[in-house]
Design a protein. Structure first.
Length: 266
């Protein structure tokens, strides 16, 4: 089975300007497809920007099948590439920090709502999701989705490992001074759970935040296969099923678990 070439779009886009961000996504999808990628992953809240005024978020939020989802479906189909994008989702009676995966045929494959909200801004702006494991199949791999702070909870990632996730997509808005998450924690999560993790960040100043970039694709052997710098960048990495299978064969973590000892965790 061939590796899934994955493009990580490290960009903050234009705050509050969905049309410009869709244009940037279209251009990135074209470059990613030309570079041989079958999947493009954006940052958290890429569609609208992250550091929005609280009163503006409900007006910018869209349903999962809203006009931007339709537009991104057309982008994906035109370039023949799957797209995972972050956006504010308007539910029936709440707004969620969400990420949606659209297949290369333009069909929506999965939608995830962030379960662990970070800080006062997110807790005031969004309602937390209540489904920890959301998955879809793409390119012969089982794809999982999380958002930013979610990956910092080991129980969350282990739930994906036990559900068979091969490649975990994590759009993020990782800010200073927490860059150690991208540099150290994410590769460890990939190793201890025997999966690939694509961690895709925003970059530069936005409102009161300073995003640190450092997007990466970490592999199940603990190696960082690709790493962005601090600025706007499109980087590529391979999620290789053969490496994944070999790593799982030699790493005993999941086989040696003793769940009966862990009841106090829940």
């Amino acid at each position: 089975m061939p590796a899934l070439r994955t493009a990580l779009l490290q960009s903050s886009g234009v705050l509050g300007d969905t049309a410009q961000n869709l244009k940037a996504l279209d251009e990135a999808a074209a470059h990613a497809a030309q570079g041989g990628a079958g999947l493009l992953v954006t940052s958290e809240m890429f569609l609208t920007g992250y550091a929005l005024d609280l009163q503006d978020i409900p007006g910018l939020a869209e349903p999962a099948d809203g006009p931007s989802a339709v537009a991104i479906g057309e982008i994906a189909r035109r370039h023949g590439i799957a797209v995972l994008y972050g956006y504010p989702e308007r539910g029936d009676d709440a707004v969620f920090n969400a990420a949606q995966l659209i297949g290369p045929d333009g069909v929506r494959l999965a939608n995830y709502r962030k379960t662990h909200l970070f800080g006062c801004f997110e807790q005031d702006a969004f309602t937390p999701g209540d489904t920890p494991v959301v998955q879809a199949d793409l390119g012969g791999l089982r794809i999982g989705i999380m958002i930013c702070y979610d990956v910092e909870f080991p129980e969350n990632v282990r739930a994906h490992a036990l559900a068979g996730t091969d490649l975990l997509l994590v759009p993020t808005a990782q800010m200073h001074p927490f860059q150690f998450v991208a540099e150290q924690l994410v590769p460890v999560r990939a190793f201890e759970n025997q999966m690939y993790i694509a961690y895709v960040n925003r970059t530069g100043p936005e409102g009161e935040f300073e995003f640190v970039g450092l997007s990466c694709l970490a592999s199940p052997d603990g190696v960082t296969r690709t790493r962005a710098g601090r600025g706007e960048e499109l980087v590529f990495g391979e999620a290789d099923p053969e490496l994944l299978a070999a790593s799982r064969e030699t790493n005993p973590y999941l086989r040696d678990r003793r769940p009966g000892l862990y009841a106090s965790l829940v």
